[in-house]
Ligand binder design. Structure first.
Ligand code: C2E
Ligand code: MG
Ligand code: MG
Length: 656
């Protein structure tokens, strides 16, 4: 056996293992992965040809077919080996998200020229023998035009290197070095082999480099969502970043399933994933049908992001097809009755949208900002709305608000049906921004929670309410206590009892003047919360459960918490105009009464609802029917006017 083949014998299993691990790690999604697999397949074939050629060329056992067989292997080797260089060059374009350059036909043509020249030389070789010859007596011999093979291969090395250097800022150093290693290794090997033609080290050198790329660059944990097996949200962000830098014109279709969470709960994880994958397959097939290249990404719980290379793709035409795919697969999951509800937003980049943050916020929030009966919306229609501008600039708004102390606490009176007067109030935070005016807490509280700013904001509310209570004798106004919303982060803060003790001492407000509202999501998160509730209960604070009826309300959990009051969410009130809605409210009230909870009904807007709730036996009513949340001074005026019948108040007033 010829000793020079040892290197190929190492390369062959290396390529096979690489192929196996690429599939085993499910690195098959997206253009880069597919190109990488192609590079591996072609490299394996080139290695097989190289081994084949060297094995038969001097082996008399092959008899007459020795030379023709060696020639087939030789042509195969050169074709596939030079093809690898070309494909790797394309892979560089794909992995750096600069594929858009190749969308211009002139560019594709230009970069294909060296490969075409090589092909011409290869095709002419059987007639001229100028590149190489294989004869019975001499074996494999290089000809004068062999330089064409090397020159064209070298051009791809030069092109690739130049492009890689240009794209340095898109990649981390480790990834960049791994991609770069291919050129260092293989070019080194080519040079080495030029002077040592009997040592076939080229293929093993590129195999080692591809191993490095597989380990460092193609990381499924970074780009593949482990649950659904599609490209992940992280990969989307990374791709978006590269698109921003290169300013390539693309179209992004965001398909958001607004009821994804519910459908997932209903179908179970496995069937839900199948459902999502079927829709994703349909979207990809649609791209193929429309002859556009698209990359598809998934974000939990149910958003698909389609980055389409074609900026002017008529997406509106494609939407009905996608929506019908959702319908079709709903039928496939027959018997379940669950159907994902899609909303689609088309973002054209750069067209007026040029910030990554803006595009990400659009994807997250467009569905809540578009008309309910509409499925499709152009991002520009969302982008210009004030609501979106607020969401998009929330970071600046919150920073400004904290700096300028732009928060203010409003109070919404709560009416006691038994006492015929306003007996308490809920403290509700307002943010007055210089640029956008008053901003709803539903917009800024979740954002403040995400950014870890909720604790200082919550502290401000606690302080403001205590101060208000100490400055205005609540009893004289007819008020027994004020309800304060606590966010989950506050409930989980070890310092909470100490903070309240400090405020109590500072403002001389007794704990029974303060009722703390917690939400259902805040239940059962570790011991700190339980410890806090226990400590605060012992100090004399009472608790309300806010927003009962939203999400997965659980009466058993309610009965276990140290709650004085349960607040029924507005959505249950809104449903009361249907017989079933009324019955739900009735049963909820009865259940709560059975477990001895006092009931506040939120969001009562009409006399009709008020009357119905009074008859059901509710204790307290909070809603626009009585009053919207009011600034402190107006709230006091409101109480003076409306609680005037209160004897205590009248007495105090006359003494004053
Ligand atoms: P929530 O605690 O459930 O507060 C009740 C919300 O319902 C308030 O909205 C109130 O203005 C609104 N509301 C009351 N009656 C009616 C009605 O009849 N019709 C309608 N359409 N709405 C009514 P707001 O003030 O916008 O607050 C929204 C949410 O923001 C609050 O819901 C609460 O979860 C949160 N929030 C407000 N202030 C604070 C705070 O100081 N701290 C924390 N952590 N969250 C707060
Ligand atoms: Mg509340
Ligand atoms: Mg509520």
């Amino acid at each position: 056996m010829n000793s020079v083949l040892y290197f190929d014998y190492i390369a062959l299993p290396l390529y096979v293992v690489l192929l196996y691990s690429t599939f085993a790690r499910r690195m098959t999604k997206g253009r880069s992965s597919r190109l990488f697999i192609l590079v591996l397949l072609i490299s394996v074939t080139a290695t097989v040809c190289d081994i084949g050629m060297e094995s038969v060329i001097r082996n008399p056992a092959f008899g007459d077919i020795r030379v023709p067989l060696a020639k087939i292997f030789a042509y195969g080797y050169f074709l596939f080996h030079n093809g690898t260089g070309f494909l790797y060059y394309l892979f560089i374009y794909s992995i750096t998200n600069t594929w858009y350059v190749l969308r211009k036909k002139a560019n594709t043509l230009l970069i294909s020229i060296p490969f075409a020249v090589f092909l011409v030389a290869l095709v002419l070789n059987p007639f001229t023998g100028n590149c190489f010859t294989i004869t019975e007596d001499m074996g494999y011999q290089r000809g004068p035009h062999m330089v064409v093979f090397y020159a064209t291969a070298s051009l791809y090395v030069i092109f690739g290197l130049a492009h890689l250097i240009y794209c340095k800022r898109f990649l981390s150093v480790t990834k960049w070095l791994s991609l770069f290693s291919m050129y260092v290794f293989t070019y080194g090997a080519v040079m080495f082999q030029l002077f040592n033609p009997h040592l076939l080290v080229e293929l093993v050198a590129s195999a080692i480099s591809l191993l490095l790329i597989e380990l460092v660059v193609l990381r499924p944990d970074e780009v593949i969502d482990s649950v659904v097996g599609l490209m992940s949200w992280n990969a989307y962000q990374d791709t978006l970043r590269k698109i921003m830098i290169t300013k390539q014109a693309v179209q992004i279709l965001v398909i958001k399933f607004t009821n994804a969470r519910e459908v997932r709960t209903y179908l179970g994880e496995e069937r839900y994933v199948k459902y999502i994958r079927l829709i994703a397959d349909k979207a990809i097939a649609l791209g193929t049908l429309e002859k556009v290249h698209l990359e598809l990404f998934f974000e939990h719980p149910g958003s698909l992001y389609l980055i389409i290379d074609e900026h002017d793709f008529d997406s509106q035409k494609a939407i009905p097809l996608l929506v019908s795919a959702v319908e079709k697969y709903t039928q496939d999951l027959k018997g379940t009755g669950a159907k994902l509800d899609p909303k689609v937003c088309c973002i054209k980049f750069p067209d007026g949208l040029n910030k990554q943050r803006e595009i990400i916020h659009l994807g997250h929030h467009f569905a809540e900002l578009m008309p309910h009966d509409q499925v499709f919306i152009d991002a520009l229609d969302i982008n210009k709305t004030k609501e979106f501008q607020i969401i998009n600039n929330m970071n600046d708004i919150l920073t400004r608000a904290i700096k300028n102390e732009a928060f203010e606490v409003y109070y919404q009176p709560i009416y006691s049906i038994w006492d015929h007067k306003f007996i308490s109030a809920e403290a509700l935070l307002r943010l007055n921004d210089d640029r956008y005016g008053q901003i709803s807490p539903s917009a800024f509280i979740p954002e403040a929670e995400r950014r870890g700013l909720i604790l200082p904001i919550g502290d401000f509310v606690l302080d403001a309410v205590h101060k208000f209570a100490s400055q205005n004798e609540l009893e004289k106004l007819g008020l027994s206590y004020i309800e304060i919303n606590l966010s989950v982060a506050q409930c989980l803060e070890k310092e909470l009892p100490n903070k309240l003790t400090a405020l109590r001492n500072k403002y001389k407000v007794s704990p029974n003047k303060v009722n703390l509202e917690i939400t259902e999501t805040a239940e059962n998160i570790g011991n700190v919360m339980d410890d806090n509730l226990k400590a605060l209960s012992e100090q004399g604070y009472t608790f309300s459960l806010d927003d009962y009826g939203v999400g997965y309300s659980n009466i058993q959990r309610v009965s276990k918490l140290p709650l004085k009051i349960v607040k029924i969410d507005k959505s249950l009130v809104d449903n009361m105009n249907t017989p079933s809605g009324k019955s739900i409210m009735n049963n909820t009230v009865r259940m709560m009464k059975d477990i001895k909870k006092e009931l506040v009904i939120e969001g009562v807007e009409t006399q009709e609802d008020y009357e119905a709730l009074r008859k059901m036996g509710c204790d307290f009513i909070q809603g626009f029917y009585f009053s919207k949340p009011l600034p402190a001074q107006q709230f006091i005026e409101f109480l003076k006017k409306n609680n005037f019948q209160s004897e205590e108040y009248r007495l105090n007033e006359s003494q004053a």
